[in-house]
Design a binder for this molecule. Structure first.
Ligand code: RIB
Length: 331
């Protein structure tokens, strides 16, 4: 473990200068600062400043960790973050983590080396696979799940899934497929719980054959369609855990000669812009994506400013949007 002495040696400045560069960079010349930051990087120093001094100096920028930049839902959350950040004079550094824990960790260096003041995490927290709340590092989840171990903003994923499956049941469906995300994705698990609760309330037994795991992309939705299309006893409706998979699934079902929604209803989740333009337009859950972004930035700013949070979890309302992909079942 390297220490401040090694940093001072590598930078060619005194220990006092290193210490000042960490706690009060505005009192140190730019040349010295550059030397110190370069030395911190070189010797791999992880100073206790994490806990000590986050508030003392500001970079006026934050890091946003995005698991998949091509997902339109995340793009809209980021728009909300940027709007709120800009209003407060903060810049947004985007970290496209591609769902990789290692990449996430790389980006935390920006905060440790004071190039950013905090982190907004868009991937729901997966124990052992996500960043853990670090000592003193301001971090907020913009897409929280149940039991996020640090401040978060989210919707009630379980309740929303239950509501959409309840609706399919009132439309006459009993055999309802579920197109989930990856099994270790907490949003996928929260939504699956809602699906199961709805079936249970209606006295419909859970059939594991009706569960297909995708990865929240259109391609995986299209692949799932071939599973549903091949089934002898096909579902009459499919609850997809996001719009992108639903759109891919519709495409796949059509290619397999199945008419949507006449032979199979389908629902999505998110209400991305394509949802209303898909054919048929998608019944879905509208997540308040921009508001998730804005609210999470405001929470992060409170942490950066050292304020005590009034609440560590904010649950925002969602909207259930009915479109043409879910007509009543014709017997
Ligand atoms: O990870 C992808 C999905 O999780 C998004 O489509 C959105 O539903 C988010 O909660």
């Amino acid at each position: 473990m390297s220490n401040i002495r090694e940093v001072s040696r590598a930078a060619g400045v005194s220990i006092a200068t290193v210490s000042r560069a960490i706690s009060s960079p505005d009192k140190v010349s730019e040349t010295a600062l550059k030397k110190v930051y370069a030395a911190i990087e070189k010797v791999g120093y992880r100073p206790n400043m994490m806990a000590r001094n986050f508030r003392a100096v500001r970079a006026y920028s934050i890091v946003v960790l995005v698991p998949n930049l091509s997902n339109l839902f995340f793009a809209t959350v980021i728009r909300g973050i940027e709007d709120a950040a800009q209003q407060k004079g903060y810049a947004v550094l985007l970290g496209d983590t591609r769902d990789s824990h290692d990449r996430e960790q790389e980006y935390t260096r920006l905060v440790e080396t004071r190039q950013a003041d905090g982190i907004l995490q868009l991937r729901p927290h997966t124990p052992g696979k996500s960043l853990e709340p670090d000592s003193g590092m301001p971090m907020v989840s913009a897409c929280g799940c149940e039991n996020t171990p640090y401040p978060s903003v989210r919707i009630d994923n379980t309740g929303a899934a239950r509501e959409i499956v309840d609706y399919l049941i009132t439309q006459g469906h009993r055999r309802i497929g579920v197109l989930a995300g990856l099994p270790d994705n907490p949003h996928s698990n929260d939504r699956l719980q809602g699906y199961r609760q709805s079936l249970e309330n209606a006295g419909v037994p859970f059939d594991p054959d009706l569960l297909v795991n995708g990865d929240f992309t259109m391609g995986s939705g299209q692949m799932a369609a071939s599973h549903f299309a091949r089934m002898k006893d096909r579902p009459t409706a499919v609850f997809s855990m996001n719009d992108e998979m639903a759109i891919g699934c519709i495409q796949g079902l059509k290619s397999a000669g199945i008419r949507v929604p006449e032979e199979m209803s389908i629902t999505g989740f998110d209400d991305i812009e394509f949802a209303r333009y898909s054919d048929p337009p998608l019944t879905t859950i509208a997540q308040p994506a921009e508001e998730l972004g804005r609210a999470s930035f405001n929470t992060l700013l409170e942490l950066i400013e050292g304020k005590e949070l009034q609440q560590t979890e904010t649950v925002l309302p969602y909207e259930f949007v009915v479109r043409k992909s879910t007509p009543a079942l014709r017997r």
